[in-house]
Ligand binder design. Structure first.
Ligand SMILES: *[C@@H]1O[C@H](CO)[C@@H](O)[C@H](O)[C@H]1NC(C)=O
Ligand SMILES: *[C@@H]1O[C@H](CO)[C@@H](O)[C@H](O)[C@H]1NC(C)=O
Ligand SMILES: *[C@@H]1O[C@H](CO)[C@@H](O)[C@H](O)[C@H]1NC(C)=O
Ligand SMILES: *[C@@H]1O[C@H](CO)[C@@H](O)[C@H](O)[C@H]1NC(C)=O
Ligand SMILES: *[C@@H]1O[C@H](CO)[C@@H](O)[C@H](O)[C@H]1NC(C)=O
Ligand SMILES: *[C@@H]1O[C@H](CO)[C@@H](O)[C@H](O)[C@H]1NC(C)=O
Ligand SMILES: *[C@@H]1O[C@H](CO)[C@@H](O)[C@H](O)[C@H]1NC(C)=O
Length: 663
């Protein structure tokens, strides 16, 4: 009550002062369509009574409203009047408040202006108060546009993680022009706007750099306000974002896998929004496979399961799981798995590359290479001929080394099917068989070269001649020999017999051919030796045949050589004929001289190169009267022939010694 009195006094003083100078003006804001109160103090200072309150609006001579209590005891009985051309029924003077006020309903823009109230007291002087009523027109609801396209922002639009937000907030109208403010959740982020008088638009352009995951579903609000009297106009945008995947992981990385087994490989990715697209790659090539199943799982994770059957070729390659948000460039994450594919050995056997498998003869050397691919490494490599395991045996010319087999000094029995076999922890594998065929001249089957067959005169005997050779004999004929007379048996008298079958396939390399002769002795002269001859033109390289027709001639004149160190030496010239060279050229000849008496040490060892003269040796320094034995050899790359022996040679004077025709 005390405070109330004090205010009253103060107001009174104030009014008196101003009524002398100028009536103060109170600014009042009202919002269009809303209600506004224009205050007017009607209290008297000294319990005086009001007779009348009159309202004026600047620009009109007549009052626009009157409150008349003359002759009434109570305010509630006051006579009220409102000018219909001004506020009409929208105005009502309220005395119950302090201060009293003129209430105007449904404010119109034409209501704006300077108002005056005049309070007439019964005794006290009249009081005047002035008010400046401003009618505020709130702005329309803001509109949000995409900063780049200027299109109205749609609900479905999304920002990529890391991109810049570029938005325009626009608001039309408003009196006075509104303030436009951008909020991110509850924080002001942009208060800069401009007003375009012509278009009546207020615009705030928001550029917010590099939004991150933390901004997902943040609320961006554009607020337009030009008064505190009514709530601001706002537009809300919930920031929808595309997020990059954060994690990608192959969950089932086995340290090793076996070829041709099925594996379900799982890969999980999280962090992407919308869910990551998972793809699989092998050695940087995409796996396009219906055996991939993708599942969205809890917490916005993606799971992909690849049903994968590794092959041998996959060993050492990388299997990659890639998670990507296709909306965000360069958002892919990868996890790689290096495949250790284990498999049974893959074995391939071949004959040495430098060899011609169609031209292998007895005495040759061959080698095989066993080519093995395996993971893990093979712990065993074995070799087989016709199913029988081969062992290292250098005396038999069988040498097994790392991944090769060497066969030295082939015989026709070396022919057969060769295989190698490799084993590792995944299993063992036998190679393809490689057949070794060895060419050799025909030989009588099973070594039976001579058979005695008895026959009566006029009896027909069936003579069968079987030979083995590779390749098969080209020519074949029969001869008949009766004490020195060798005659051809006419072709008409014999026939081919098919080979006695070789069902046991391992011997397929040995070609048997049989020939049958039906022979009927007619006279005594028809008994003798029947021989069969086969030839296949295989030249087996071997040592040369022995020299033959050797002869030694004593020389009267000493030679200019003193090999035996004897002073009065006598010389010999030894000449021979060459036999078959064994299929390889003869490169030298050798002579060994030993004493005939004691058969002792070699007295002279002499080698001469082969030349146009044929085998010719000159020997000096032999002791006259002593006997010697001369051993003569031909030598080619395969070795030394059997010796031709010239004995005994006794130097007496000029003489000539010869060997037999053939040794
Ligand atoms: C009334 O207020 C308006 C702004 O609301 C102003 O422009 C005008 O000058 C004021 N009039 C007076 C007389 O103070
Ligand atoms: C997953 O995505 C949905 C909407 O797609 C979201 O409401 C939720 O928070 C996300 N969860 C996680 C863990 O990110
Ligand atoms: C080696 O080969 C020779 C000749 O074929 C044979 O006699 C010998 O038994 C073999 N040695 C072994 C250890 O097999
Ligand atoms: C076979 O013998 C050779 C030497 O003669 C040797 O180098 C090789 O390792 C042996 N192979 C096997 C399997 O014993
Ligand atoms: C002919 O037969 C005789 C006696 O069986 C034998 O000594 C001789 O070497 C044979 N001659 C030929 C060329 O086969
Ligand atoms: C004879 O000489 C040759 C080479 O000229 C040699 O290889 C051979 O071993 C010698 N023979 C003997 C028994 O000394
Ligand atoms: C070899 O010697 C024999 C006698 O032993 C003879 O008949 C033959 O003609 C000789 N050969 C040559 C080519 O001189």
């Amino acid at each position: 009550m005390y405070i109330f009195e004090a205010i009253k006094k103060k107001l009174h003083l104030f009014q008196i002062n101003l009524s002398l100078v100028a009536v103060p003006i109170i600014a009042i804001d009202g919002v269009i369509e809303n209600k506004v109160q224009l205050p007017c103090d009607i209290r008297s200072n000294n319990n005086d009574e009001i007779s009348m309150v009159l309202w004026y609006k600047e620009g009109r001579d007549e009052p626009i409203y009157s409150f008349d209590v003359r002759g009434r005891r109570q305010y509630s009985n006051a006579r009220l009047w409102s000018s219909p051309s001004a506020l009409g029924p929208r105005a009502f003077f309220v005395t119950a408040t302090n201060p009293a006020h003129l209430s105007i309903d449904r404010l119109e823009s034409t209501d704006e202006g300077i108002y005056r109230c005049r309070v007439d007291f019964r005794n006290s002087p009249t009081r005047k108060q002035r008010m400046n009523l401003t009618v505020i027109v709130p702005p329309s609801k803001p509109v949000i546009l995409d900063g780049a396209t200027k299109a109205i922002w749609g609900l479905e639009e999304r920002y990529n993680e890391g991109s810049d937000v570029n938005l325009i907030c626009e608001v039309r109208g408003g009196k006075p022009p509104p303030k436009l403010t951008w909020y991110l959740d509850n924080t002001v982020i942009d208060e800069s706007y401009h007003y375009d008088t012509q278009g009546g638009l207020t615009v705030n352009h928001l550029a917010y750099p590099k939004i991150g995951r933390q901004h997902l579903q943040a609320r961006l609000i554009c607020q337009a306000s030009n008064t505190n009297l009514v709530p601001p106009q706002t537009r809300l945008l919930v920031l929808e974002m595309n997020l990059k995947p954060l994690i990608v992981q192959i969950l089932t990385k086995e340290t090793r896998v076996s070829a041709d087994k099925n594996y379900d490989v799982e890969c999980r990715s999280s962090g992407s929004r919308p869910n990551a697209v998972i793809t699989w790659w092998k050695a940087n090539k995409p796996i396009i496979n219906k055996e991939i199943n993708n599942y969205p799982i809890q917490n916005n994770q993606s799971l992909s399961i690849l049903s994968f059957i590794p092959t041998i070729e996959d060993d050492g390659k990388y299997l990659t799981c890639r998670a990507e948000n296709p909306a965000i460039p360069d958002s892919a994450l990868e996890d790689k798995w290096r495949l250790d594919v284990q498999y049974q050995p893959v074995v391939n056997l071949r004959m040495g590359e430098t060899l011609n498998p169609d031209d292998i003869k007895e005495g040759d050397d061959v080698y095989f290479e066993c080519i093995v691919r395996a993971n893990p490494k093979v712990y065993k490599l074995a070799w087989f001929k016709d199913g029988k395991e081969l062992k290292n045996n250098s005396t038999a010319g069988v040498v097994l080394s790392d991944h090769s087999l060497v066969l030295q000094g082939l015989t026709r029995y070396s022919a057969g099917a060769y295989t190698c076999l490799a084993a590792n922890s995944e299993g063992k594998t036998a190679s393809n068989p490689v057949s070794l065929q060895i060419m050799y001249a025909p030989v009588c089957k099973e070594g039976k070269s001579e058979v005695v067959v008895g026959a009566l005169k006029q009896e027909t005997v069936s003579l069968v001649c079987s030979v083995e050779s590779h390749p098969a004999p080209l020519t074949f004929h029969w001869t008949f020999n009766n004490s020195g007379e060798l005659v051809e048996v006419p072709h008409s008298r014999y026939s081919h017999v098919s080979a006695p079958g070789t069902p046991d396939g391992q011997k397929e390399y040995q070609q048997f051919r049989g020939f049958r002769l039906n022979y009927t002795p007619a006279t005594e002269m028809d008994y003798g030796t029947v021989a069969c001859w086969a030839s296949n033109q295989v030249i087996a390289a071997g040592r040369p045949y022995a020299l033959h027709n050797c002869s030694a001639t004593e020389m009267s004149a000493p030679l200019d050589m003193e090999e035996l160190g004897t002073k009065s030496g006598t010389g010999l010239v030894v000449r021979c004929l060459e036999g078959y060279d064994g299929g390889l050229p003869i490169h030298s000849y050798q002579l060994e001289v030993v004493s005939d008496e004691d058969g002792g040490p070699i007295l002279l060892n002499k080698t001469v190169p082969a030349g146009s003269n044929g085998p010719t040796f000159e020997v000096a320094g032999l002791t006259t009267g002593r006997s010697y034995r001369l051993f003569l050899y031909a030598i080619n790359a395969k070795g030394r022939s059997e010796p031709a022996i010239l004995e005994p040679v006794t130097l007496k004077g000029v003489a000539m010694y010869t060997t037999g025709e053939y040794i």
